[in-house]
Design a protein around this ligand. Structure first.
Ligand SMILES: C[S@@+](CC[C@H](N)C(=O)[O-])C[C@H]1O[C@@H](n2cnc3c(N)ncnc32)[C@H](O)[C@@H]1O
Length: 233
């Protein structure tokens, strides 16, 4: 598998312009060929519990401001992380801030991953896709016979967009919570710093950036003041 990936990548590399743009056909094909889409519903559940606990005040604030709570899955792969955030957001809204709206955006560079995400085919390639889903979230994600199922309410609040975390479009707006996990591990120091700085600039006041345990940011990448950053495995 690695060999065939490298063969495809080598052929595409030779056809790249000096500074490829995201829309360049060969660059897009290369990104499709070399990116790793491993993901899971409720991956790293301990960190998600931390986010869950911080949502009620953020939901109440968003509702008071007359806007939706905004959550970003940065490097969303096939969408499981975005749908996980949607389930947590809606569940917490029902429990603590009835009537509060929730909006989730998933961003990635991989076209096949985004196609799969848009189709909502959660966990199709995994052996036990619901293994990490806590009991209180099962109704959102489990159908008859214990099969993965995407509740229409989740589908309705999640959208996906192709963009690079190295240059997020301004049109994405700002977020209350940004989850960026198992993405920076594939980048060099300069790119990691650029991504983390860019993501912190997209946080609403009091917002929260959650990085995976492998997604360490190089020193100096943060703007200091009052920013909540959580690393967790
Ligand atoms: C291993 S998956 C992680 C998925 C999910 N965040 C999780 O932890 O389960 C990494 C994803 O990051 C995406 N990615 C890598 N570099 C990116 C970039 N510069 N901009 C957007 N997405 C990127 C890849 O295409 C891939 O889908």
């Amino acid at each position: 598998m690695l060999e065939s990936r490298l063969e495809r990548a080598a052929a595409l590399l030779a056809r790249l312009p000096a500074q490829p743009l995201l829309g360049d056909a060969n660059w897009a094909a290369l990104l499709d060929a070399v990116t790793v889409q491993e993901t899971q519903l409720f991956r790293s559940p301990a960190q998600l519990e931390l986010i869950e606990r911080r949502l009620p005040p953020l939901l109440l604030r968003a509702r008071a401001e007359g806007r939706a709570l905004r959550l970003l899955s940065a490097g969303c792969a096939t969408g499981e992380e975005a749908f996980t955030l949607a389930a947590i957001g809606l569940h917490q809204a029902r429990a603590h801030a009835p009537g509060a709206a929730v909006e989730v955006v998933g961003v990635d560079v991989s076209r096949p991953a985004l196609r799969s995400a848009a189709e909502g085919g959660i966990g199709l390639r995994l052996g036990a896709p619901l293994a990490n889903v806590p009991a209180q979230y099962r109704a959102w994600l489990e159908g008859e016979g214990g099969q993965p199922f995407l509740h229409p309410s989740l589908r309705a609040i999640v959208r996906f967009e192709r963009a690079s975390l190295l240059e997020l479009p301004v049109s994405l707006g700002d977020f209350d919570v940004i989850l960026c996990r198992n993405v920076l591990i594939y980048m060099d120091n300069m790119a990691r710093g650029q991504v983390v700085t860019g993501l912190t600039e997209r946080l609403l006041p009091g917002g929260m950036l959650a990085l995976g345990v492998t997604d360490s940011a190089p020193g100096g990448a943060f703007r200091p003041a009052g920013l909540a950053v959580f690393y967790h495995g």
